[in-house]
Design a protein around this ligand. Structure first.
Ligand code: HNI
Length: 142
């Protein structure tokens, strides 16, 4: 699966706007994940998961930076996220279903913050882009 030229343009140009508030977006996506899907909190027993906690913000910033790296390498997401792919599969062993949940929470966050940009085409492009990112992060499980 790969993005069409039009989908790439959408992701790259929207990331240009998102970049300035990437940390806040990553953190909000995690807050939404833990609030809507509390079972995902079991992967973070060592974190203080209160909304706005320093650990949550630090982790939100890391996740957003990784999505930004993928957006900056839309032609080689696998290469850009190779190290994270090994980490999630071999060390963290996160069940792949959780990637759909986080992807959706990120999508909702972007939609809420950039309503004018979030057309049906942008929605579909983000959905596809996040499913590529998720496949890369879970492909080593097989
Ligand atoms: Ni994920 C660590 C990116 C999905 C649980 N994760 C990271 C790090 C990045 C990252 C970056 C930090 C790595 C490092 O310290 O070197 N994670 C991403 C991305 C996605 C994702 C881009 C999907 C879009 N991770 C998930 C999901 C879960 C998850 C769905 C579980 C619900 N991640 C973790 C855990 C850690 C982690 C747990 C370790 C946290 C820590 O610091 O102890």
């Amino acid at each position: 699966m790969s993005l069409t030229k039009a989908e790439r343009t959408i992701i790259v140009s929207m990331w240009g706007k998102i970049a300035a508030q990437a940390d806040a977006i990553g953190t909000e996506a995690l807050e939404r994940l833990f609030a809507s899907h509390p079972q995902t909190k079991t992967y973070f027993p060592h974190f203080e998961l209160r909304a706005g906690s320093a650990q949550l913000r630090a982790h939100g910033s890391k996740v957003a930076a990784a999505v930004g790296e993928a957006a900056g390498s839309v032609d080689d997401v696998a290469g850009a996220l190779a190290r994270l792919s090994e980490l999630h599969a071999y060390v963290l062993r996160v069940d792949p279903v959780n990637f759909k949940l986080l992807s959706h929470c990120l999508l909702v966050t972007v939609a809420a913050r950039f309503p004018a940009d979030f057309t049906a085409e942008a929605h579909a492009a983000w959905d596809k882009f996040m499913s590529i990112v998720s496949s890369v992060l879970t492909e080593k499980y097989r």
